[in-house]
Every structure is written in structure tokens, then in C-alpha cells.
Ligand binder design. Sequence first.
Ligand code: NAI
Length: 502
Amino acid sequence: MFKRIGVIGSGAMGRGIAQLFATAGVEVLLHDSRSEAIDQALAYNRDTLERAAAKGKLSPEQLDATLARMRPAETLAALADCDLLIEAIVENLEAKQALFRALEELVAVDAVLATNTSSLSVTRIASGCRHPERVAGFHFFNPVPLMKIVEVVRGERTAPAVIQRLAALAEQAGHFPATTPDTPGFLVNHAGRAYGTEALRILAEGVASPVQIDRILRDSLGFRMGPFELLDLIGLDVTQAVMESVYQQFYQDPRYTPSYLVAPRLAAGLLGRKSGEGFYRYVDGQAQHEAEPAPAPVAIERPFWLDSRDSAVREQVAAVLAAAGAVLEEGSPPSAQAICLVTPLGEDASSCIARQQLPVARSLALETLAGFAKRRVLMRQPGLDAQVLAQARQALGADGVPVEVINDSPGFVAQRVLAGIVNLGCEIAQRRIASPAVLDRAVQLALGYPHGPLGFGELFGAVRVEQILHELHEQYQEPRYRVSPWLRRRVQLGLPLTTPED
Ligand code: NAI
């Protein structure tokens, strides 16, 4: 185990890393090229720990011992005795390489050098060292003590023992070590690409507004934050850098294509919370949410017809229509007055209506895969009669559940985003960037998703997810929506998505 850790760079990440390991019982020396940054970091950590002690989360003795384990190192030379050096300096390849070269002159030959880089190649950082086998990535998340995960990144030349020691240290500190090879975005920032980019794509196609997309994904898939709230929280500039970097490093694979909507927003300073306005406006740090539209009530004069033969779906829809005093027709074809509800999986409303030869003015789509309890989603198409839409909207919300009306799109909103997350997770598993279990746990811990990508796939059904992707691929004719071989094979063989390759 490591005896003394040197942390270089005492900003947001460095101070968090120092606090984590000091709390776990390891001696930590904190360095920064600006000595005031060291003092500020130590004062910040003291304040945080004192508040934790005041709440009874740590005894007075533990507080004193933890504070005593964190000390300043005014010079780099003061780190000579450390057996683990973790850098959290500026995100710049040359600066990190220069630091590691300087450290190699100072520390013992078996000391480990770890980098907290979030976007640079660990192998490239190590390539400037005489002993690249002792260099690894140790990628924490902000705020470090609370985000109970760290990516332990294996550079091309990193010795297996170094990875094992870092993983053991992480566990000692109560963090989950997600071991992963040195690939673009590592594990978490790679897996996280599907959520925001697909949401931006849906926005760009005019399917729904940011606030609608956020509401749908929170209520239908259980995300704590919608993608646009998340973009605002992290800062559009920060996310755009990750989106661009992952896209370029994968040689412009269309799966990762960033959105053309972002550059003008950056130029306009719409960065999110930190600039006061992004997809939302912020007053005193609070997002200003407009109230959901409440359309004027209309008389429901028409019966409804539903294309689904699934008895659970029919029961749900019949129950809410009954609450509205409306009738659900049995049998086929629909009567000449009926409002026809179609329930596509992956198809857009237009295709689904045309395929079933339903009356264009009286037909629209209802989302039944992702969420019916907290929010309902109706999808219109260009030929829909406005009165039909008004009646459908009122009837489907008769029990008080909000109804979202969106424009035509293959896979509505939730199906599209769900399929993107699952497919990318499958691709990550296929490329051996993480095992199924590590992937799902890492995504839940680092990104706060209610399920990991493979867990999401199992919950909604891998067969359905594959169908959604198949339809998206058909409609757009873009390799962006190609099905991962991992997903296809497990569907073909009837195996869970979590089944390992060998
Ligand atoms: P920060 O700007 O808060 O802190 C960086 C500190 O490093 C500053 O105090 C600066 O004076 C010091 N520094 C710069 N060059 C130095 C050098 N050559 N020698 C010694 N000290 C030097 O930055 P932050 O956010 O703490 O990020 C640090 C690293 O962690 C970056 O590589 C970043 O990409 C990575 N990271 C950041 C995350 C975040 O959410 N902020 C998450 C995960 C990784």
C-alpha cells in the first residue's frame, strides 16, 4: 500500500483528492506552482472537514488526525519521499509531460506517477517518461470525496501491478475503481456521449424544445436531470470540448457527431449556469422554468381507436380514456369518426400511419414504451387536424398526468435516447473498454443515471431496443444508428445484454 501521496495541483480536483486520501488514513502532501493555491486548498479542506465533524460525521480525534495527515509542500523537491504522485494540474499535454519528467528526477524508481487528466491520452503523457510502466491514469470526478468512483486508466505500457495498487488504494478510500484501457474519453466520458448528443440532434430536427426533452427524459426514463439541464450545469464550453475531442479521436465516427447548434451558442456566451443563461435562464442560481402550457378544455366528441393489441397497453389507454368520458373502440378498422392512436416502436408517426393506411387527419402517435405513469407523449404529423389533436391531448391527460405534444420523429424522444445509450454501452463492452458489470456501475456512479446502459437495455427489452435502432437506421440511412454487434448477437441468441463475450 502507499505510504505517502504527493498531489500536484491544488485546484478543485487536487484538494478533493488530498481530502479523500487523508480521510482514508494516508499521509498527503499538497503542492501547487502558486503557493497561495496550496493555502486555499488546505483551508477549504479544513472547513469542509470541520463542518462534517460538526454534523457528527467524524469524531474530534478523527478530524485532528485527518487534518494532520494533509500538509503543504512548498517545493516539488519536498515530494521526493512520496511513493505515489498524483497530478491535477492544468489540462495541457506539455505541462503534464514536463511535470512527470521533473518528478522522475526526484522520486524513487518504484514510485507511481498518476494523472487525473480527463481528456488527454495517458500513454502520451507517459511517453515523455523514462519509466512509462509506472505511469497510469487516476481519473476522479468532481467533487472527489462525494463521487465514489475513479477510472484507473491503463496506458499502453503501464505495468499491471501499478493498476492493481491504484485500484486497491481507491477501494481503501471507499471509491469504486473502474479499470479501463487508454481510449478516447476513457469509460465514463465515452458512455456519456449518447445522452446529450442525441438530445441535441432531436432539438436540431425540431422535434421538441429543450424543456420538453428534459421533462420527457426525467419523467419517462427516470433521469435526475434532463440533458439540457445537464449541459447548463456542466457548461456548454466544457461539454463541447469533450464532444469534439471524442468525435475526432474516433476518426469522426458518426455515432459521436457533435451538434452544429452548439458553436453559435458558445459565441453568444450561452454557456449555462456560469454565464447566467444557457438553455435556461438563471436568476440567483435558480433556473427560470416557464409553467407547462395548459390548453383550453375542449369537448371530446370522437371515439378513439388504438392500433396496439397488447392487452396491458389497451387497458392503460382505456382507463385514461374512460376517465375522460371517451370510448375506446374494439375491433378494426376504425370507425369513420375515430381518433386513431398508433403506438410505434422506432418508426415515426407518418410511416406508422401510412403503413396501416389510417386516415391522415385523424391519426397521431402515442408513446407506450417509455413511461405512461408520470408523463404522456403524443406525436403529431404534418397532416393532423388541430381539433383531433386538442381532443386527444385532453383525453390522454384526463387523470391529471401531463401530456407532451411533440413533432414527428422516429422513436419519439425517450426511445431514441434510450436506444442511443444502450447501443453505445454495447459498443463499449464489445471493444472491451469495460466489462458489463464495471460499465453499468461506473455509469450509475459517475453520471448518476438510474440504470447502466446494459441495465437500461434489459429493463426495456433488448429486442425492442434493437428494433428502435433498426428503424432509426432505416429512416436516416446513417451509420450513426447502426446496431452494435454486441447487441445484435445477444438478441439473436436470446441472452441478456450483460452476458460477457468469453
Ligand atoms: P484548477 O484550475 O482548479 O486547478 C489546477 C491547479 O494546478 C491550479 O491551482 C494551478 O495553479 C495548478 N498548476 C497549473 N500548472 C501547474 C504546474 N505545472 N505545477 C504545479 N501546479 C500547477 O483545475 P481542476 O479543475 O482541479 O483540474 C485539474 C486537472 O483535473 C485537469 O487535468 C482537469 O482536466 C482534470 N479534471 C478536472 C475535473 C473537473 O471537473 N474540474 C474532473 C476530472 C478531471
